[in-house]
Design a protein around this ligand. Sequence first.
Ligand code: UD1
Length: 432
Amino acid sequence: MTIRSAAGLEEPRLLVRGGNRLSGQVAVSGAKNSALKLMAASLLAPGTSVLHNVPDIQDVLTMQEVLEYLGAIVEFADGTMTVDTSGVQSQVAPYELVQRMRASIQIMGPLVARFGQARVAMPGGCNLGPRKIDIHLRGLAQMGATVRSDHGFVEVRSDRLQAVDMFLDYPSVGATENLLMAAVMAEGTTTLENVAREPEIVDLCKFLISMGADIEGAGSSTVKIHGVEEMHPAEHTVLGDRIEAGTFLIAGALTGGEVEVTGISPHVLDLFLSKLRSVGVRIEENTRSIKASGDIDSYKATDVATLPFPGFPTDLQAQVVVLLSIARGVSVVTENVFENRFGFVDELIRLGAEIRVDGNHAVVTGGRALTGAIVRCPDLRAGAALALAGLVAEGCTELRDVHHIDRGYERFEEKLQGLGAEVERAGACCSL
Ligand code: UD1
């Protein structure tokens, strides 16, 4: 049966037949949440920057469109991207692109720093709940910029940003990145306190330093940025994607198999790995790889609360809920980062999970046998989690709205197939 969207186009679907134990090695791609910000940072200097290990995912292609819209020349092949920003003329990010990908707002800091202005469509709500940008804007205003909003756009202007001492109300990843990029060419030394400490922020700082920035304290909660007169293009390799790594480790654990992810340092997943161990998953850590294996019958409930890094990543919350659905006992999962991140629970219940959501808590009664059904991917990480559920559900699970998964996972089904999963795109393997 051909599924057509309202526009008449065939919608991509993913068909997953459950029951196979996954085993083998999978190399993680470059981190989405780093690559997008490095692409934005390349705007800080005229000339050509080179990024390696860039994942071939939809969000990266959208950011490429954003940079091209501004006038940059971007080439992307075999994981290497060159961004020539010499011809950048425009400082406007239109609604169509920002609405498609919120990370588009990360061009604000670099554009104001280099050109003295940026006009960016306001992102509005998204399916993780309202995601505000007040910390980004308050920070830029404190640095002396005028911030105005009209017709759904926010416009930031400043001849030269001034250094400030600033305490962020919340260690927001996006705000930390925007303010870091704004401060590298500000006049004087900026001190940012209570900043996000995610590994992707450290990766961004490394790239900025190789472009000529003077930054101290990357990866700690206080960062000092000594403003420089100008930045130059640079070359950088994107760090591995810890969220992709965590997703495949759960795939291995869930199916009672043995999966090793390579190209990632275990330290970026410390708390996540310790939670998997509490469930009963065996974890082996090496310098640049992690292996997960286990016996499903021995898995037991554990409580999880998401928090900014080094806490449990919100981007692995949905995947761990799937694991807890099959572990024996009652687990409480608390989402502290985003307001509306349990949208996938109703879909998981369709597969047989027993979960009750109360505000930002999900009470998961585990030990359930899942059965395949048609489900919709409500967002990127939840989509991946539903695919994982399909791996252990009896029969076939059909995922709709797979474009969410394509935003952030490179060759998702191919990598799963490489581990022995029965999964294909819009084929006809299952009769539901
Ligand atoms: C980034 C990642 C996202 C990840 C998240 C947490 C990208 C494109 N997205 O999102 O995948 O899940 O980090 O690791 O890299 N907030 C405010 N005011 C602000 C900024 C944020 O109230 O000015 C709130 C948000 O509404 C949210 C929380 O802070 O509730 C966290 O947001 P933030 O850390 O900024 O995440 P993002 O950068 O949006």
